[in-house]
Design a protein around this ligand. Sequence first.
Ligand SMILES: [Cu+2]
Length: 139
Amino acid sequence: MKRAAIALVLLVAGCSWGPEGGPGGIGRSDAPVTTSTSEAPAVAATAGPDGVQRISVSMTDDLKFVPDHVEARPGVIEFRLQNVGVTPHDMTLDDRTAGNVNGGETVTFTLTITKPGRYPFPCLYHAESGMRGVLEVNP
Ligand SMILES: [Cu+2]
């Protein structure tokens, strides 16, 4: 009991930087902001002999698209959506939807996009929770 009290005193005494101070305190709160933006490196869709660009995207129980940043050229883009968890998901892109994808299901979602640009693809069920990705169509 007495030893615990001393340890507590040392702990409090050692913590003299205040609530937001301490070595690395501010730097550490900055670091995640620059590294955890949703702008992960883009994964390029692969064009097949038929010219269709294909990309596999997983939908996870922690409400993420993996990858969540896809790159393609104008033309036909085929998403192979694999729900690797149990939570149902959706993908909506350019006013079209893949429809409900149940846990364990794989759904093919094919779109033709002719205009270069950035096309967000949220999951309608979990967009509020940050389940969204972006398709970058480059000329
Ligand atoms: Cu979802």
